[in-house]
Design a protein around this ligand. Structure first.
Ligand code: ADP
Ligand code: MG
Length: 348
């Protein structure tokens, strides 16, 4: 299990790590925990810290222990009789974006979740939109800006094209960091500058007046989609504060949707999952404009929030699969995916 990490979701990941430790059966798994601190240093977490988290004495696993190098952490593919499965409980860049997945591939270790390409595509909002548009998945109208050739005088044209209000976001981020809702040309200009401090690629898109519908997808090549849930933000949009600080947003599981719309959301979620070459799990997020444009894909998260009270595990639970069983399924899917890739690579 790898947790923590340099992203803004470092603390959330430490909470997830504590819950996963409590949920997994000690008979079935022998857990090794590697924590990454906010500076990117790696630590092998001591058995004492793990026991504390297991017993519920602490809410989060601390990133303290023996410092290790990236190369030291790769176990062989097997320990004793059982295979090793890595569980990257990391969110955002350097965790959910294909980087650590590449490390696992090179080390020949099975891991939970999407591979290098799926993780990288889903993390990059500009690329995910491009690829999903190519297969006809409906989305908000948007423009992709590149830092090296972005000119300030483009901003008026963007307003003309997309209308106001509009949303501005760094391509590779998460947790609503760097995301702004803008209502004027001046605000748009400022928001683009902010977004460029997080990434060289920025997406500007029309604001969709609609509900936020999320679908949990579980599986590899024949994934299943669970009944949609809905997030009702308390802020003007589902901001960082709303997600992690105030916690004032509410969730509805299942979302109140007509059967046809719910089915369409599930179909679109699976289409997006397969199109972006995701595997294991993903949470597909949509906007739903009941009055006109229907469902539009917003984004896919390949390592969605994963504490027991997060949307993904709750939507899966509503479908009858509890948290410990979900972890078992993910481990099995990781092994299946690894095996299927290896068979092809090792082909004479
Ligand atoms: N085009 C849009 N129209 C309306 N709301 C949006 C739009 N884009 C983003 N938002 C709001 O901003 C939030 C964060 O944007 P999102 O693209 O999901 O980024 P993140 O990856 O940080 O979650 C969304 O949950 C939604 O509340
Ligand atoms: Mg989002």
């Amino acid at each position: 299990m790898v947790f923590g990490g340099r992203s803004a979701e470092h603390d959330v990941s430490r909470t997830t790590a504590a819950h996963v430790l409590r949920a997994v059966s000690p008979e079935r798994y022998s857990v090794t925990a590697i924590g990454i601190d906010t500076h990117g240093e790696w630590f092998q977490i001591s058995p004492d810290s793990l026991d504390q988290a297991r017993s519920g004495a602490v809410e989060q696993v601390d990133v303290v222990g023996i410092p290790i190098g990236v190369g030291d952490l790769m176990p062989a593919g097997h320990v004793g009789d059982g295979p090793v499965v890595a569980l990257p409980l990391l969110h955002g860049p350097l965790g959910e974006d294909g980087t650590i997945q590449g490390l696992f591939e090179m080390a020949n270790v099975a891991y939970v979740g999407s591979g290098v390409l799926g993780s990288a595509l889903a993390m990059d909002k500009a690329m995910a939109k491009l690829v999903c548009a190519a297969v006809g998945i409906p989305q908000a109208r948007h423009v992709v800006l590149h830092a090296h050739d972005h000119e300030a005088n483009e901003v008026e044209d963007l307003c003309e094209l997309l209308g106001l209000p509009a949303f501005v976001k760094p391509a590779n981020m998460g947790s609503s960091i760097g995301v702004s809702r803008v209502g004027s040309v001046a605000e748009l200009r400022a928001a683009i500058d902010v977004a460029f401090t997080y990434d060289r690629i920025v997406v500007v898109e029309e604001a969709i007046a609609g509900r936020e519908i999320e679908v949990a997808v579980l599986g590899n090549r024949a994934p299943v989609a669970f009944e949609p849930g809905e997030v009702v933000p308390a802020d003007t949009f589902y901001s960082y504060a709303d997600k992690y600080l105030d916690g004032a947003s509410t969730v509805l599981i299942p979302a109140e949707l007509d059967h046809d719309v719910a089915q369409q959301a599930k179909d679109m979620a699976i289409a997006a999952f397969l199109t972006l070459r995701c595997s294991g799990l993903a949470r597909c997020d949509f906007f739903y404009d009941a009055g006109g444009r229907g469902l539009m894909l917003n984004e896919i998260n390949t390592m969605p929030g994963f504490t027991p009270i997060s949307m993904y595990p709750k939507m899966v639970l509503a479908g009858g699969i509890g948290y410990p069983e979900l972890i078992d399924r993910l481990v099995d899917l990781a092994l299946e995916e690894h095996e299927s890739k290896r068979r092809r690579i090792d082909h004479p």
